[in-house]
Design a protein around this ligand. Structure first.
Ligand code: 5GP
Length: 121
């Protein structure tokens, strides 16, 4: 499967569709999910064209990988849900069909602001 340039997150990266931006740097863009499942529901995506976490792990540069992982921490801190708040949060990536991935551009969901409950229903 090749990367689909017309997926919704590719359009957000090109500013063709707006988003409620939380954070941006050279490696990542973070914004609020349009259909929040928890009190805080943020998304963070790499700027590069990666379909899912497997694709990213295989093809991304070390800088991009570090950039995404560090970006998660930066966004969690910005939203007041990092471990230093004593509360924490959940970072989750759905991968392909069995993982329930709908948008084919790698993204992590960051859920928090409350106890987010059981991991798998
Ligand atoms: P997935 O199921 O692929 O892991 O999650 C895709 C997420 O993207 C869903 O939680 C969905 O609500 C969110 N989403 C889909 N379209 C848009 C959009 O246009 N803007 C934003 N901010 N989120 C979107």
């Amino acid at each position: 499967m090749s990367y689909d340039d017309n997926n919704i997150f590719a359009k957000i990266l090109r500013s063709e569709i707006s988003c409620k931006k939380i954070y941006e740097d050279n490696f990542v863009l973070s914004f609020y999910d349009i259909n929040p499942q928890k009190k805080i529901h943020a998304l963070i995506i790499p700027k590069g064209k990666y379909i899912d976490l497997d694709d990213f792990s295989q093809k991304a540069s070390s800088e991009e990988i570090v950039g995404l992982i560090k970006g998660i921490n930066i966004v969690a801190k910005k939203l007041g849900m990092s471990v230093d708040t004593g509360k924490g949060y959940r970072a989750l990536a759905n991968i392909s069909e069995h993982g329930g991935q709908e948008v084919p551009h790698l993204h992590f969901h960051l859920f928090g602001g409350e106890n987010v409950g059981k991991m798998v229903e």
